[in-house]
Every structure is written in C-alpha cells, then in structure tokens.
Design a protein around this ligand. Structure first.
Ligand code: FAD
Length: 405
C-alpha cells in the first residue's frame, strides 16, 4: 500500500512514522525547503502524549522539553498580579505534560521515522485526480512535475490546507474566525531569559496580551494575541505588532525591538476548521487541515499526532481504505468537536475583552491558589484524562467516547 501525505508538520510526520512502521510506502511532500525551525512553545499532553509514547518519541521529547513552573501575569511594571501553578496542571495530567517547541516535536517524530518513507521538501501537490472508484488509485502531479499514484492521499497541510481547497472547495466555507490575531517569534535576550526563571510570563491586560518564556537553548519565545473582528492579515506584520503591543509596558518593547525579519515571525488569524466531511474517495484530511482547534484549546499539536496514530491503526484493521477513513472520522470527529467547543468557551478567560473581564480572570486565577481548586481548574482546562488512545484507535467504534469532555 502507498500513501502520499501533503505536509511535514506534526500531523504529516506522525502519520508517516506510523504508516512506515506498518510497512506502507510513504511519500511526504512539504512546501518548505527544509524542516521548519521557526516555532513557538507547545504545552503537550493528552492523547498526543499517548501517541508520542507509542511511537517511542517520548524520551527524546522529554530531552528537548523545557519545564514551566508557573503562568505568571504581570502588570505594566513587571509586578506579579496573579499566577497559575503549572505543577498543579501537570499533577492533574498525572505528570504527562511537556512544554516543548513545535519544531522540536517535529524533530522527535522525524527521528522515529523508519521504513520506506520518502520526505520531499520544497514541493507541493499541483493537481489531484481521484475517481473514487474501488480499485483505482488516486493520481497526483507534484509541483516539480513528478507524477505519483497512491492508495491514499492525506492533506496534513495545516489550517490553510491546499488539499482541502482542491477537494472540498474554498477556505471561507470551512474556516471559523475566532476574533483574534496571533503572532509568535523567538529572540535572544539573556537578561529576559534570566528574569523569567522557568515561568511563562504574560501581560495582565485586556484586548491584547503578550507572553514570553525562556527556551532551553537560552532564547526567549514570545506569543502575542489581540482581539480583532477582521480576519484579513496586515501587509506589514512587524509594524502591526509594534502598533498593537507597543504600549503594554514591562519587557514588551524589548521583545518588539528584537522582532526577527517578517519571514521568521509567525502571524495568522486564530481560527478553527469545520467541514461536513473529512474524506472523499481516497483523499482524507488530518490535523489542522480538518480539525484545527486553535491555541485557545492548547491541544492542536497533541490532536494532530494522536489523529495520525488513530488513522494509521484504522487503515491497518478496517479492511480497506474507504472503511478505514469512515471509521477514523466516526471516532475522531466528536473528540475534535468537543475540543473546539471548549476552546470557544474559554476565549474570554484566555484574553478578556474589557477591564471587567480582566478583574474576573484575576479573581479566578487567585482562587486557584486555594487547596483543591487548582486541580479542578486544571481538569477543566485540560479535559479529563481517561480515554487512552489505544482504546480509541483499536477499540470498537461505538461506546469509545465515555469520559471525553
Ligand atoms: C502560537 C501557537 C501556539 C500553540 N500552542 C499549542 C499548545 O500549547 N498545545 C498544542 O497542542 N497545540 C498548540 N498549537 C497548535 C498546534 O501548533 C497545531 O495544531 C499543530 O501544529 C497542527 O499540526 P499540523 O501538522 O496539522 O499543521 P501544521 O503545523 O500547520 O503543519 C502543516 C505543514 O504543511 C506544510 N504545508 C502547508 N501547505 C502546504 C502545501 N500546499 N504543500 C505542501 N506542504 C504544505 C507546512 O509548511 C507545514 O509543514 C499552537 C499553535 C499556535 C499557532
């Protein structure tokens, strides 16, 4: 059996690893010229943690991770206003939580790839021809002119998926703008790194906020988010970032002074993807391409890796590609939908819209310091751990969702 996967992100690499281990021939087509180094910090737990463990990537992920002990909110002078103890969250996840850069998750997964897996960078898919008839392969042309035939094409090419566009139509039909723009970048500043001392420090502000944490290699990762009803992206992201965040005080002006070139700044609207179907014929979607939950959920990377595991297992056991795709979607879609709903519910907490909302968040965070409350908040943020990935991937399709939030 042969699969072509479009996108060498966490979803695409995770699926390639699993299918390679199952004896498939796999071609991964990635538009970036080489593995992407630009990235942001990921809180990685839940079903994706299970998937990383099953593929043997966990020891490497632990090595690359950088523990965070507290989410600290600071005022414009840098004084701590409130803090969430990350150790409480980790405890609620039974210690199965890592904070790690996105490119490092990709690295750890890539290192586990074995078998007949061909990673082709600097290429994309130019055209797809899928008759959907049983027994006929999907035919593809790559941007370098190469023709490929496969039993399965997987669009794992992220929230702005080109494969989704080719098969299911324009993005505007499937993308839900959540009312935020976000940016992330890495910069060198040993003094700020020292000041953070293992904390994720975030401005205690409404409408816009900027958070920073120190990375293991000494760099600082910045994550900025502001509210806007306009999904369109600015022409000059560096200028927009300076204008939006310049007045926040504390170390924010330093983080803005150290903005890298626009190419190395991640900037996008915050969005979720919702499609009535994820598969057609021999083509399916995986990860953010069909199931983007947004950083509000803090689980997109985890779901991308776990979804790939589940899809690979269903391809192994369902007795045919179409049956496997149907099973993948039946089991996985309700989990994604529940995480998407949870993310939307948490938007006002994540970034308050008004001074009153900010007061409510501050009070809520202070409450978490009370004995017993921290665990409850952590469970609410993270969802109940309880449905192991192996049960979702290998169990019956019905009755698998007990315990899913
Ligand atoms: C700032 C930020 C913070 C986040 N924090 C967390 C967190 O704490 N926890 C968490 O679990 N998740 C988090 N996420 C979400 C997580 O990063 C994503 O959900 C996850 O990376 C999705 O993986 P993916 O492989 O589906 O998509 P992507 O990471 O988008 O990868 C898609 C790949 O496809 C390639 N590609 C795109 N188009 C084409 C094309 N036409 N042809 C070929 N290749 C193409 C891209 O170059 C890329 O390599 C965060 C996201 C952001 C933006």
């Amino acid at each position: 059996m042969k699969a072509v996967i479009c996108g060498a992100g966490i979803a695409g690499l995770g699926l390639a690893q699993r299918l390679g281990a199952q004896g498939w021939r796999v071609v991964v087509v990635e538009k970036a010229p080489a593995p992407r180094e630009q990235g942001y910090m990921i809180d990685f737990w839940g079903l994706g943690y299970d998937a990383a463990e099953l593929m043997g990537a966990l020891p490497r992920l632990k090595e690359l991770s950088h523990p965070v002990r507290e989410w600290t909110y600071v005022n414009a002078s840098g004084v701590r206003v409130a803090g969430l103890d990350q150790r409480g969250f980790s405890k609620a996840m039974r210690g199965r939580l890592l904070t790690v850069l996105r490119p490092h998750i990709e690295l750890a997964v890539r290192e586990r790839i074995a078998g007949d897996v061909d990673l082709r960078y600097g290429r994309t898919i130019a055209s797809v021809d899928d008759t959907g008839e049983a027994g006929s392969p999907v035919r593809l042309t790559l941007s370098d002119g190469t023709a490929e035939q496969a039993d399965l094409l997987v669009g794992a090419d992220g929230v702005h998926s080109a494969v989704r566009g080719m098969i299911f139509g324009p993005e505007r039909r499937h993308l839900r703008h959540l009312g935020f723009h976000m940016a992330a970048w890495l910069f060198e500043d040993p003094e700020v790194h020292r000041l953070l001392a293992g904390r994720f420090c975030c401005t205690d502000s409404y409408g816009r906020q900027l958070g920073v944490y120190g990375v293991a290699d000494g760099r600082v990762a910045a994550f900025a988010v502001h509210r806007t009803g306009d999904p369109s992206l600015p022409a000059d992201v560096r200028r927009t970032l300076r204008e939006e965040y310049g007045s926040l005080g504390w170390i924010v002006p330093r983080a803005l002074d150290r903005l890298p070139t626009a190419r190395d700044v991640y900037y996008d609207q915050m969005a979720q993807i919702e499609l009535p179907r994820w598969s057609r014929g021999r083509v399916t979607l995986l990860g953010d391409a069909c199931a983007a939950v947004s950083p509000l959920a803090g689980q997109g990377a985890s779901l991308a890796l776990a979804g790939g595991h589940l899809l690979a297992r269903r391809l192994e056991t369902a007795g045919g590609v179409q049956a496997a795709l149907a099973a993948y979607e039946r089991v996985w879609r309700p989990i994604v939908a529940s995480r998407q709903r949870g993310a939307r519910r948490g938007a006002a907490w994540f970034l308050p819209a008004s001074p009153a909302g900010l007061l409510v968040r501050r009070a809520g965070i202070r409450l978490t310091a009370l004995p017993g409350v921290s665990g409850l908040v952590s469970a609410a943020l993270g969802g109940r751990p309880g449905v192991p990935l192996t049960r979702l991937a290998d169990g019956p399709e019905t009755g698998t969702l007990d315990g899913v939030q």
